[in-house]
Write a protein that binds this ligand. Structure first.
Ligand code: CTP
Length: 450
């Protein structure tokens, strides 16, 4: 590069997903504003944090496409808020350029350099391309209870998906739900549901999951099922085999597994920042009114079937599925359901405990203890927004903050859509093996309770 003082440096940023002529034209005009163009391409993590959940091309593909234009003299990665200010100072930028859809948003950079808003190319965007490339998935709800209620507002944040209607054997309940959420149809006929949708979200009582999943898969429908997906290992294995045979996606909806903060926590914990992990403690309690399903469903109610999917998820994600011993201690109500359960897991080189409660309140934290330090995720850890990495020398402690949007369900829905469309492979977030292990734990618990 020539002497830095004599060249005019320009910087611009974007996701550049499904690269299109709008991106090309913007880069061309940005380059023309100076001698040297730096392009910041956003990471998926950064995009997720700012609520853009559906980027299709990988970071490498997006960088390659920017490079191919020949306009970028240097490509950098944008991965955190506040980075623009840092970059402008670090690279001694003269001009910050961005499309006119951002008009006014970056005026705060004017103290540091020129800010230019370039006219956006009309009639094209990555969002349009995504919609053209993939047909909108028609989703049907199975069940219209508390969890289903929370899904609809979250689904609005996920592109490529439309909630069409609802099924409930109680037609009155289905109709009320459809009316409340302006859905196209309500039905008490499963066949009618399958005729009208491509995928289902099962949010019915636990014991009905197996039957609905099987039927939906046999009709060639993709399934996202509320946790616990099933309560027997053999059932989970059978359903995953069936999904494979039917070329359908089957996903267990444990929202924590798909939340950016929890994924960040796992990768940090597993990267050795606290050394070898020896102990995991996870707790989820919610004081629950006596008339609610989890308190009166004698067969499948209780605290462990209700919240154990969260607590055991953390244990399995951190320590694996090769536990060789599980023990449960519970307090039970007169009807036999457990109102508070402590479960102990033994692994070759580590141990874990899960606490779940409906009538006992405890602190809902996740504590991961290792040979160099520990990670504390404060309540409610299952909606991971921040966590602290702590050491013997507390001056080294570090607090990590991440974004958690809305109710958190949008993340699992977004992954469901990208997995169906085949442009992202999110199995690592909750694998079949892990879902099967969760069913096995539930089965062991229920056998023990009897
Ligand atoms: N851009 C443009 N003309 C378009 C689309 C994008 O000039 N038709 C510009 C944006 O203003 C931004 C850069 O290209 O400066 C990268 O934008 P990006 O957000 O990656 O592209 P979009 O197509 O706007 O993506 P999305 O639909 O996901 O928001």
């Amino acid at each position: 590069m020539k002497d830095d003082k004599f060249i005019k440096k320009v910087i611009t940023y974007g996701s550049f997903d499904l690269f299109h002529e709008g991106h090309y034209s913007l880069l061309q005009r940005a380059k023309a504003l100076g001698d040297y163009l730096i392009v910041g391409v956003t990471t998926e993590h950064f995009d997720e944090n700012r609520g853009k959940l559906n980027v299709i091309d990988s970071l490498m593909e997006r960088i390659e496409n920017v490079k191919k234009t020949g306009f970028a003299d240097e490509v950098i990665i944008e991965d955190h808020v506040g980075q623009k200010v840092e970059d402008i100072q670090k690279y001694q930028i003269d001009t910050f350029a961005i499309g006119s859809d951002w008009l006014g948003n970056f005026d705060y950079l004017k103290d540091l350099c020129d800010v230019v808003y370039l006219d956006r190319t009309k009639g094209i965007s990555s969002t349009m391309r995504r919609e053209q490339n993939y047909k909108i998935i028609r989703l049907g709800m199975v069940g219209s209870g508390r969890i289903a209620q929370r899904f609809i507002p979250e689904a609005k944040y996920v592109s490529g998906l439309n909630v069409e209607g609802v099924y409930n054997p109680n037609i009155e309940s289905a109709e009320n739900f459809a009316k409340q959420h302006s859905l196209d149809f309500a039905t008490d006929n499963e066949e009618e549901l399958y005729e009208k949708v491509d995928a289902v979200n099962i949010a019915s009582p636990h014991k009905t999951h197996y039957g609905y999943i099987k039927n939906a898969l046999l009709h060639g429908k993709h399934v996202l099922c509320e946790k616990p997906m099933v309560l027997e290992k053999a059932q989970a294995e059978e359903l995953f085999d069936l999904a494979k045979k039917q070329k359908c996606i089957l996903m267990e909806g444990i929202k924590t597994a798909y939340i950016p903060g929890f994924i960040r926590l796992l990768s940090l914990a597993k990267s050795g920042v606290i050394g070898e992990i020896y102990d995991v403690e996870s707790c989820f309690t919610r004081l629950t009114a006596a008339h609610l399903r989890e308190m009166i469903d004698i067969e499948n109610g209780g605290s462990f079937t209700e919240f154990g999917s969260y607590t055991v998820l953390a244990i399995i994600k951190l320590l694996g599925t090769d536990f060789h011993d599980i023990r449960f201690d519970s307090f039970t109500a007169e009807n036999g359901i457990d109102t508070y359960t402590k479960a102990y897991f033994k692994y070759d080189k580590s141990i874990a405990t899960s606490k779940t409660g409906l009538t006992v309140k405890s602190d809902g934290h996740l504590l991961i203890s290792g040979t160099k330090g520990y990670i504390m995720v404060e309540a409610p850890w299952w909606k991971t927004k921040s966590f602290e990495i702590c050491y013997e020398d507390f001056n080294q402690n570090e607090k990590v903050f991440t974004k958690f949007l809305g109710d958190g369900l949008r993340y699992e829905l977004s992954d469901f859509v990208s997995t169906i469309n085949g442009y992202r492979h999110d199995e690592f977030k909750l694998s079949k093996r892990e879902s099967i292990a969760l069913a096995e734990v539930m089965e062991k618990f229920l056998a023990n309770r009897k």
